[in-house]
Ligand binder design. Structure first.
Ligand code: O7M
Length: 216
């Protein structure tokens, strides 16, 4: 993944036309588009193929099954020209390894601690283990919460040079500058961009904030 702006768009828009229009509007401001179930379930996997023409598409399928099923899911994502796939770690190391193997040259990112309050109930307790597992399994990086920069800092100590992508800024209350100062390589932003009247201007604002944020 090439991070020029350090911003990924979380395109959680179910309306396909709206999704296309937001994607086109922000394409010069983001390093990639993360697609999740709301869009895939309404538009189909073909939308991944379509957005792949615009650049990096990260399939946020939060894959969390037995190794064979994980492999089949990731193979479909890669066949649709995804550049990256997100999986959960709680299914175990063999399941994550199956994702990494099936991804081939595509990236796999592993969720550690979820950014919402409920993320502290269970995922936080295992976040360090999940990060270590991600490294051992050969993942490209991890997902860590911008809502808790101290946790990004702790997880950076485990993953070394692997990428940390941080969702949770804006609508969830996290700050871009805090996430970057704590060691995130990039932020993942959804509602602040796609719910804005002018998504391109909103994305530009975040890119400006990223430029003035201290790198790790
Ligand atoms: O900026 P938002 O809050 O509208 O969107 C954030 C996106 O990041 C949304 O697509 C979530 O599914 C995703 N996300 C989190 O918000 N928190 C997490 O802990 C993890 C993710 C994520 O991307 O996981 C891969």
């Amino acid at each position: 993944m090439r991070l020029r702006h350090r911003l990924l768009l979380a395109l959680d828009v179910s309306n396909v036309e709206r999704a296309r229009s937001v994607a086109q509007a922000v394409r010069g401001q983001v390093d990639g588009i993360k697609v999740n179930w709301p869009l895939i379930l309404s538009a189909g996997l073909g939308i991944v193929r379509e957005f792949a023409d615009l650049g990096y598409v990260l399939c946020d399928f939060k894959v969390a099954d037995i190794p064979n099923t994980n492999r089949l899911i990731v193979e479909e994502a890669v066949r649709a020209r995804a550049s990256g796939v997100i999986c959960h770690a709680f299914a175990g190391e063999d399941s994550v390894r199956a994702c990494v193997e099936a991804a081939g040259s595509a990236d796999v990112f592993v969720v550690t601690e979820l950014s919402h309050p409920g993320g502290q109930e269970y995922t936080a307790k295992f976040a360090e283990d999940f990060a270590r597992l991600a490294v051992r399994a050969g993942a490209a990086g991890i997902i860590a919460p911008a809502t808790r920069p101290d946790r990004i800092r702790a997880l950076r100590g485990i993953v070394g040079a692997r990428l940390i992508l941080a969702p949770g800024v804006g609508a969830q209350g996290g700050k871009v500058s805090d996430a970057i100062a704590a060691g995130a390589d990039a932020v993942i932003v959804g509602r602040t961009i796609y719910e804005a009247k002018d998504p391109a201007a909103a994305a530009r604002g975040i890119v400006d904030e990223l430029r003035s944020s201290a790198p790790k």
